[in-house]
Design a protein around this ligand. Structure first.
Ligand code: PAF
Length: 279
């Protein structure tokens, strides 16, 4: 596995890899890799000849009071996991390579980014859309794979890729879960043992709510009950819990066919996301 940190060397390596019509999949990450990321890598390997994984903790998607400095970083461990998985390139640019002095352009996906995580984290999705645009232009992959855990992020990426004519297929990969059902996330590392065992109440509440909604129960009362269960289970607050159109993310107060339940809840300083298909 080549570890590359500058754009000229990346371009050179990508051209060499493309010889003979070989295809490339990109798996963008912020590192602190876990089984969820590795399931994306595994999927990428089934879909392309070469896999490029990027590790870049993107400052522009963190707000001023968020955990950019504290975000877990362990490039040595991440590199060993990726080498073991026979990834071709680890693309690990420094902040000064991604955002050299004078960088002013950003990508904004207006409507889809306004609600849910966008409301709780102003500017977050502009940072995500900008860095993912840059990663797609740097690597120029045939496909790029993102986890469905960040459902709103995935919807936003699909939207700007369509709007800006990026020549890439965006693939969503199912949420990887721990044995008790908790969605895997790098931020789970922040949880104390007690918080970690309580955190399961988020996925449990979503599962019960999805079943009740699909069975025809009133959406508002199912969501209210689920929110109470999440708080009773040890969370401090629920940022949002909503039934949405799975593509436009419009909030739905009635269930009439395939939809998505989206949730974010806070436990101490940690904010956990989860989502589930309904129907
Ligand atoms: O989901 C993530 O890890 C990040 O938001 C991404 C897509 C790598 C962009 O920084």
């Amino acid at each position: 596995m080549q570890i590359i940190r500058d754009i000229a060397a990346l371009r050179h390596a990508i051209s060499a890899m493309r010889q003979g019509g070989k295809t490339i999949a990109l798996v963008p990450t912020m590192g602190a890799l876990h089984e969820g990321h590795m399931s994306l890598v595994k999927k990428a390997k089934t879909l392309a000849d070469h896999v490029v994984v990027s590790i870049f903790v993107n400052p522009t998607q963190f707000g001023p009071n968020e955990d950019f400095d504290a975000y877990p970083r362990d490039e040595q461990k991440d590199g060993a996991m990726l080498a073991e998985a026979a990834v071709s390139i680890l693309w690990a640019p420094d902040v000064s390579v991604m955002y050299p002095p004078g960088h002013v352009t950003h990508v904004e996906v207006a409507e889809l980014g306004a609600d849910f995580c966008g409301a709780a984290r102003p500017g977050h999705f502009d940072g995500v859309a900008t860095v993912v645009s840059k990663l797609l232009n740097q690597v120029r992959p045939d496909i790029a794979i993102f986890g469905e855990k960040d459902w709103q992020q995935l919807a936003i990426i699909r939207q700007f890729v369509r709007d800006l004519d990026f020549p890439v297929d965006i693939i969503g990969a199912p949420i990887a879960r721990a044995a008790d059902g908790l969605a895997l996330s790098s931020r789970n590392a922040y949880l104390t043992p007690q918080q970690r065992s309580d955190a399961v109440h988020l996925s449990e509440a979503l599962n019960r709510a999805a079943q009740a909604i699909a069975a025809g129960e009133n959406v508002a009362s199912v969501l209210a009950k689920a929110e109470q269960a999440i708080i009773a289970g040890g969370f401090d607050s629920v940022d949002y819990l909503a039934l949405t159109n799975k593509d436009t993310l419009a909030r739905l107060d009635q269930y009439s066919g395939p939809a998505r339940l989206l949730a974010a809840a806070r436990m101490g300083k940690t904010r956990l996301l989860d989502n589930l298909a309904v129907g």
